[in-house]
Ligand binder design. Structure first.
Ligand code: HEC
Length: 228
């Protein structure tokens, strides 16, 4: 299959997903978020993200991003945009600073929502989804790459994608290292130190196993098509 066909297929899938999101807009029951894999944070609402990497450690942080991604895309994306890239319906959450002031504001809105002149513009999620889901979603949001974050690396990432996609990879470990290095240069809009970019995701997937090459190539294809 050529990269173009793959890209076309993925674009079509995205279109389907977005269409059903648009149709779903309106009163939709909040979707529960399974947070069992995350450490407990107590009853009292905190004012700072307990799953931020510096506080929680890398593995917990990664779990929080993963759980937050699904929590966000099920509960928030229909207003705040797929992948937290706002389409203009509601504020772009990627810009809330990844520190206490940004966290407090995030939690305030998450818990209580927002009502204007008797109309609910944003439902309250606090009692329904709970605190662990709140901070997982917060972690996901603050680790989104800023717009155009991959542009400077697009040429090299295409080459890596093509090599992985060809199934003929000379040194997978070297490519993994290179992706990891590029990943550290990708910036977040929130100021959080690590961006969970497709580059980083591809690096995590990539190993010596040929099955992983195809998967990593697909992840890069999706990410790169978004920058074109
Ligand atoms: C039905 C639409 C809708 C949904 C669903 C929704 N929001 Fe919102 N959200 C809004 C609107 C509209 C605003 C702007 C309110 C205002 O003017 O302060 C907002 C504001 C916010 C803000 C403040 C942003 C800022 O820059 O001031 C945060 C944080 C936020 N939402 C988080 C979330 C999270 C997290 C979820 C999912 C759990 C979510 N929202 C789901 C509509 C929505």
């Amino acid at each position: 299959m050529s990269a173009n066909i793959i890209r076309g297929g993925i674009a079509a899938l995205f279109l389907l997903a977005t269409t059903s999101l648009v149709i779903a807009h309106g009163d939709v029951a909040p979707q529960p978020v399974n947070t069992d894999a995350l450490p407990e944070v107590g009853e009292e609402w905190l004012t700072e993200n307990p799953y931020r990497e510096a506080k929680a450690g890398h593995d917990t942080w990664l779990k929080a991003v993963e759980i937050g991604s699904s929590g966000f895309n099920q509960n928030c994306a229909r207003c705040h945009g797929l992948g937290a890239v706002s389409g203009g319906l509601a504020p772009d959450l990627r810009f809330l600073e990844a520190e206490e002031a940004g966290d407090e504001w995030f939690i305030e809105r998450f818990r209580h929502g927002y009502t204007q002149d008797g109309t609910t513009k944003m439902p309250a999620f606090g009692d329904i989804l709970g605190q662990k889901a709140a901070w997982a979603i917060r972690t996901y949001v603050e680790t989104r790459p800023e717009d155009g974050a991959l542009d400077a690396h697009a040429k090299r990432l295409h080459e890596i994608r093509d090599e992985l996609g060809s199934g003929k990879v000379a040194a997978a470990t070297e490519l993994k290292k290179e992706l990891e290095t590029i990943a550290t240069e990708v910036k977040t809009a929130s100021g959080a130190p690590i961006a969970d970019s497709v580059t980083y995701e591809a690096a995590r997937i990539l190993s010596d196993a040929p099955e992983s090459w195809k998967k990593a190539a697909e992840v890069l294809t999706v990410g790169l098509s978004a920058t074109e």
